[in-house]
Ligand binder design. Structure first.
Ligand code: FAD
Length: 553
């Protein structure tokens, strides 16, 4: 192993400097050569001047040294390669040899303005190579200031940034193109990062935000949380996404509901931070596309409501007929029973005095003819509905009936205050029967508001869960029902309306029958005095009921 000898090293360096100064590289300005003197004379870190020259020569950046008039004194190999000129073709020429005359004069003025103030300058110029080809030069020029404080030379570094510019421009163009396409698409679109923050959105998304008054993404994410959470167990590339999930949103007025069909696609976005250069990590983003299907949904609902209206009208007719005939049979039965009792009495007397009463045979004929009528009335009774028992959400039933009655409510200027229990228990019941029940009650309430002495026109409907099942209360601000009539109103053919005409008085009878079929109770609230308040309680599971069979007819 050889020992280092600093003294010997210094001597060698001094010899190297002497050699460099006596035969400097061709074209190297005298001031530059002089500048190496102090560099090599320091105690430590001594480098031979050739190393500095080599660093400039081998640099991948085009380097040139000019005088104060921009006359080229030196150009390195990278400069030759970039411009296509040989060094000897460049030395003595002005840097303007590279100028392609599309660079605005203001750029040169700015460049020279900085240099004259002894400041360095950086900017982009359009240059041309020896073969006429143009390129974009990212140029930095710095003044080299001499011992007298005057600028002696300019040092210039430039590189070809044509490709970088093209790529940046392409990215910009594509971004503008994508944004235009995304904006023109008649759907709501948003790209969300893994924290649910919107990083890209379109025109329809912004419009929806205006309509809702909140960030639509947060509303969508809440409704779609099941799908998104399920997907999060997988890596981004393997997430399934989702399609056509229906989401309903209320507008900021809180009244109008809008429906959207939502689809989500997971997109891998590569991280661009310097830290992630070697790790190749990516962020998993969600592309959310929501199609406004409010119109279709409304049309569907309209069709459903119309079908329901037709069905209910038919059912009401059948029920009405059934109840009317049943009432008539019931009422006819009473005199027939009385006549039969009279005949029995007559027959007993006849056994005693062996005398035939003159009206006896006529009365028998009347009874027989009455029985024939009863028989044919019974035969003409429409058959009872055989509707299956299912799990029913009474809130939905009420909502359907309110929708069905909306025209009538508007016609009669009635305000409906609807207070459903948010999580109302499902009951085992017959959907159509319950609809008929509720329709009867709502029709009665609207009729009541047309009666004399009614100033407020309001109907309050509320549901709630109770220990035994559910409770439904329907109140109107009409004249109410007098205490002595509260039993009679449930009897067939009872009608006591003052203004409302043409009602057979079967509504509450039918309502009562429907409630009884569900093993529930119906009552007129005795403590309510500003109108009529009907309270219905229905059990969750009526005795002997099953959800599949029609077992409690
Ligand atoms: P010019 O008449 O040369 O210049 C246009 C304007 O520049 C003039 O109106 C004037 O306002 C100003 N100007 C020019 N020369 C001077 C001066 N000596 N002092 C004060 N103001 C002056 N140009 C390129 O196009 N490409 C390059 O790569 C490039 N590299 C350069 C490197 C260095 C170190 C320096 C100092 C200059 C460089 N230039 C370069 C600028 C170049 O010297 C020319 O000024 C430019 O090319 C415009 O040339 P022109 O003949 O069209 O007009």
């Amino acid at each position: 192993m050889s020992k280092s000898n600093p003294a010997g090293s210094k001597e060698r360096m001094a010899a190297a400097l002497g050699e460099f100064l006596s035969s400097p590289p061709k074209g190297l300005p005298a001031e530059v050569i002089e500048a190496f003197g102090p560099t090599v004379k320091t105690d430590d870190g001594i480098l031979p001047p050739r190393v500095f020259v080599e660093a400039v020569e081998q640099s991948s950046v085009a380097i040139s040294i000019t005088n104060t008039k921009a006359k080229i004194l030196y150009a390195n190999k990278a400069f030759e390669k970039l411009t296509g000129y040989k060094s000897e073709e460049l030395v003595g020429k002005n840097q303007s040899i590279l100028s392609y005359k599309v660079t605005p004069i203001e750029v040169y003025k700015d460049l020279w303005g900085h240099l004259l103030d002894q400041n360095s300058w950086n900017g982009v110029l359009v240059n041309k190579r020896k073969n006429g080809e143009r390129y974009l030069a990212d140029l930095t020029v710095a003044p080299v200031i001499g011992g007298n404080g005057e600028t002696s030379y300019y040092l210039a570094l430039h590189r070809d940034v044509t490709e970088v510019h093209e790529l940046a421009q392409q990215v910009k163009n594509q971004k503008v193109l994508i944004e235009s396409v995304v904006d023109a698409a008649p759907v709501v679109m948003a790209l969300l990062n893994n924290e649910g923050k919107v990083i890209l959105d379109n025109h329809d998304y912004k419009k929806l935000m205006g309509d809702l008054g909140v960030e639509p993404a947060s509303v969508f994410l809440e409704s779609l949380s099941d799908n998104i959470e399920a997907d999060k167990n997988f890596s981004c590339g393997n997430r399934k996404g989702f399609i056509n999930r229906e989401v309903s949103i209320k507008n900021k007025n809180g009244i109008e509901t809008r429906w959207f069909s939502c689809s989500g696609v997971w997109v891998n976005e590569k991280n661009i931070a310097a830290d992630d250069y070697f790790t190749n990590t990516a962020e998993c983003c969600l592309l959310l596309v929501a199609n406004d299907i409010t119109q279709q949904k409304r049309a569907q609902n309209q069709i459903k409501t119309n079908a329901m209206r037709a069905l209910m009208a038919e059912q009401q007719l059948v029920h009405g007929m059934r109840e009317t005939l049943s009432g008539a049979i019931f009422q006819l039965q009473a005199p027939l029973n009385m006549a039969s009792a009279v005949i029995n009495m007559m027959e007993r007397r006849q056994e005693n005095n062996h005398e035939n009463h003159p009206f006896q045979s006529a009365l028998v004929d009347v009874i027989r003819s009455g029985e024939r009528v009863l028989n044919s009335l019974q035969k003409s009774l429409p058959p009872e509905d055989r509707e299956a028992v299912t799990l029913v959400n009474v809130n939905e039933v009420i909502k359907d009936v309110i929708d069905l009655s909306i025209h009538r409510l508007l016609e009669h200027s009635v305000i409906v205050d609807w207070n459903p229990e948010p999580e109302l228990n499902y009951i085992s019941g017959r959907c159509y029967a319950l609809r008929t029940l509720f329709k009867q009650l709502l029709d009665n309430a609207i009729d009541a508001l047309d009666e004399p002495g009614c100033s407020r026109r309001e109907i309050i409907i509320a549901t709630r869960n109770i220990n035994t099942g559910i409770e439904l209360v329907l109140r109107d601000t009409g004249p109410g029902i007098a205490v002595d009539k509260r039993h009679s109103v449930f009897e067939p053919f009872y009608s006591d309306w003052q203004h409302v005409k043409g009602r057979p008085g079967m509504g509450l009878t039918i309502a009562m029958e429907m409630v009884q079929k569900h093993y529930g109770t119906i009552e007129i609230d005795p403590h309510y005095h500003t109108g009529c308040s009907i309270r219905i309680q229905l059990p969750l599971n009526p005795p002997e009921s099953s959800t599949t069979e029609d077992s409690y007819e």
